[in-house]
Ligand binder design. Structure first.
Ligand code: GLV
Ligand code: MN
Ligand code: MN
Length: 348
């Protein structure tokens, strides 16, 4: 970004930002980006591809100025792996969820026209349809929680089976209940992706076990009802086994619609690129869902070979990346010529 003459900084919450000026110093800006962080044992494209496409778009202007500035943004902490809480970087921009005085310095000002994010689909839909690119109309809601079951640690050799308060066995029973409940409820996906037992030794009955829950679906009401049911099941399993359970919420995020104007503009841009757009919901969370709270946000998906993501096998086709870049170039040209778009300002 420095080589392109952009003004590069790291903001108060760790987002990497590169500013490319527009035609005038007072021109409003659009944000284009995605996240820099990833999950353990990840692939090489989730997040970072969208940041590089944003830099590629800035580069493709070859010094040409637009009636808006472009701010490339590489968000910190989208996945929630490091601190358990996702979207830390994008939440700082919209003033949500953080209370440090410093972090408010990352907040958006009222000169932002919108946010555009390129991202791999991370699922099989576009590949199945044989389409290189997709356009996101909505991002499903999600809750993330941490459950802690507490029993009594004891000797694995001397404690009879009927006199145990095994926190890990209670957790295991609940994990299977989570899977069964999600399978019985159309549209719900629920995942326990992390579990830890204490003290964690072969010959010790676990006194405490911690497990995370990630639950998603397009309907906020269905998601909330399913979550309430899973909490009831945790309580009932704990009570039958005479262990205790408590939980804390790490994220409660409703489903979010993308901006309809920019989404239509993306469809035009895709057609100009020779790609028939496919409208779809995103089951994965994205920084765009947080920014949509305050500014028009829109997303372009790239086909994901095999639908594999959050795994080293994650990949993209080079041709699709070239098409995404071309689509972005058409989009910027269209937006630069749109009085409707240029007349908008941030609701922040
Ligand atoms: C982000 O990858 C998510 O968990 O949806
Ligand atoms: Mn991810
Ligand atoms: Mn991602």
């Amino acid at each position: 970004m420095k080589a392109l003459g952009m003004n590069v900084s790291v903001d108060a919450v760790g987002n990497l930002r590169g500013f490319l000026a527009g035609t005038s110093p007072t021109a409003p800006r659009i944000l284009i980006g995605s996240h820099l962080d990833t999950v353990p044992n990840a692939g090489a494209f989730d997040g970072i591809l969208g940041v590089l496409l944003a830099v590629g778009l800035a580069e493709s202007l070859e010094g040409r100025k637009l009636p808006f500035a472009i701010e490339v943004i590489g968000f910190s902490e989208e996945e929630g792996v490091r601190f358990g809480v996702p979207f830390i970087g994008s939440r700082a921009l919209v003033g949500r969820g953080l209370n440090s005085n410093e972090i408010s310095k990352a907040a958006l000002r009222d000169d932002v026209l919108g946010y555009i994010e390129f991202h791999i689909e991370q699922g099989p839909v576009l590949e199945t349809l044989g389409r290189p690119l997709g356009v996101v109309e909505a991002i499903v809601g999600q809750n993330r929680l941490e459950f802690t079951f507490s029993g009594q640690a004891n000797h694995a050799g001397t404690t009879p089976m009927n006199l145990r308060h095994d926190a890990l066995a209670a957790t295991a029973e609940w994990i299977v209940a989570v899977e069964n409940q999600a399978k019985q409820t159309p549209g719900i996906v629920a995942t326990v992706g992390f579990v830890e037992a204490k003290p964690g030794a072969t010959n010790v009955i676990a006194g405490e076990a911690r497990a995370t829950l990630d639950i998603r679906t397009a309907s906020d009401r269905a998601r909330t009802e399913a979550l309430d049911e899973l909490i009831r099941q945790a309580e009932s399993i704990a009570s039958r086994r005479a262990v205790r359970v408590k939980w804390r919420t790490l994220l409660a995020q409703n489903a979010v619609a993308m901006d309809s104007f920019v989404t239509e503009q993306i469809e035009h841009a895709m057609r100009k690129t020779g790609c028939e757009p496919h409208r779809m919901a995103s089951g994965a969370g994205h920084d765009a869902m947080v920014l949509a709270d305050k500014i028009p946000a829109a997303m372009i998906f790239l086909r994901t070979p095999g639908g594999i993501s959050h795994d080293p096998a994650e990949s993209v086709h080079l041709d699709d990346v070239a098409k995404a870049l071309e689509c972005g170039q058409h989009l910027l040209t269209q937006l630069a010529a749109s009085q409707e778009f240029l007349g908008r300002t941030c609701r922040a």
